[in-house]
Design a protein around this ligand. Structure first.
Ligand SMILES: NC(=O)c1ccc[n+]([C@@H]2O[C@H](COP(=O)([O-])OP(=O)(O)OC[C@H]3O[C@@H](n4cnc5c(N)ncnc54)[C@H](OP(=O)(O)O)[C@@H]3O)[C@@H](O)[C@H]2O)c1
Length: 273
């Protein structure tokens, strides 16, 4: 496999599948697309893609089949009638799911002689193909080595090990970090908004630089804590959370998030030692 005119079949033209198709076409790949509901392939056909009328034909048209569907159940449902066509070929699953789902899918496909790579997309549709986008992959190293150059146009390929569940594990763990930050940012903005503050100025001049300053400390965790122990003073942090709860109550903003953090923060810290 090389980077010249690879034949890639994409199953799924949702927001992410469309971004993948677009980036691969842009890179000059020969792309075939399939989607459960017809009528979504027009713009890609206009750019040179082929639309397959069935999953079986899509699989047959590609050296590599990429699934980017809603969830694990939809991948199983889509592939089940077409396993005979996948035999001997390579499937890269970029559908999000759990590590166990990825391991079970790998075992199921292995039974049909399918070479399998599990993926986790660390990007959103708008950032696919940009410098920051990266894709986690797990599964046999030789399958990764063949697929990585072909799929590099969607995002920097990063292999995380032979265990097919590895990419999903890191994906879900990283998403957990993102959702925590996102919920915190939403709560912060709700507080400022409820008290009549200037939300835009707060976002730009306070929240963003504050979160950027804290990000390396949050991510590095214990290692950084050793060099800045006062940052992790438990009594100070407990008081901080009490203050956020008070501020939320005063502003009439739901206290659920701060209450949950107060209850669980130390339990989670203990869980990771
Ligand atoms: N969007 C993001 O920001 C993002 C970021 C990282 C990872 N992802 C992951 O990428 C995957 C796709 O996300 P998306 O944003 O493209 O979702 P989406 O816009 O909701 O598209 C879902 C796709 O799955 C198809 N589908 C759903 N149920 C199906 C079934 N039972 N059988 C066959 N096809 C089925 C849909 O087909 P129809 O058109 O027929 O409904 C559509 O093509 C998800 O696993 C998601 O977690 C998304």
């Amino acid at each position: 496999m090389n980077t010249r005119k690879e034949r890639i079949s994409i199953l799924g033209l949702g927001a992410m599948g469309r971004a993948l198709a677009s980036a691969l076409l842009e890179a000059g790949a020969e792309v075939t697309v399939w989607n459960r509901t017809s009528g979504k392939a027009g713009e890609f056909v206009a750019r040179g893609a082929r639309e397959a009328p069935s999953v079986e034909e899509a699989i047959g048209a590609g050296d590599l089949t990429v699934a980017c569907l809603l969830d694990d159940a939809s991948v199983r449902e889509t592939l089940a009638p077409a396993t005979r066509h996948l035999a001997g070929g390579t499937l890269v699953n970029l559908t999000s799911g759990s590590a166990r789902q990825a391991r079970e899918l790998a075992g199921w496909l292995d039974g049909y002689g399918v070479r399998f790579l599990a993926g986790g997309i660390m990007a959103v549709p708008a950032t696919i193909g940009t410098e920051g986008a990266f894709i986690l992959y797990s599964g046999a190293r030789d399958v990764f080595d063949r697929a990585a150059p072909v799929l590099a146009p969607i995002g920097r390929p990063r292999w995380v090990g032979e265990d097919p569940g590895g990419a999903a594990l890191y994906d879900m763990a990283a998403l957990s970090g993102m959702y925590g930050m996102s919920a915190g940012a939403d709560h912060a903005v709700a507080l400022v908004h409820a008290e009549g503050g200037d939300v835009e100025t707060f976002r730009r001049e306070v929240l963003q630089p504050w979160m950027e300053q804290m990000l390396p400390i949050m991510v590095a965790g214990a290692d950084v804590a050793e060099s800045v122990p006062e940052e992790y003073n438990p009594a100070m942090q407990a008081t901080g959370l009490e203050n956020i709860l008070s501020a939320s109550g005063e502003a009439g903003v739901p206290e659920d998030l701060a209450g949950h953090l107060r209850a669980s923060l130390w339990r989670m810290r203990r869980a990771v030692g």
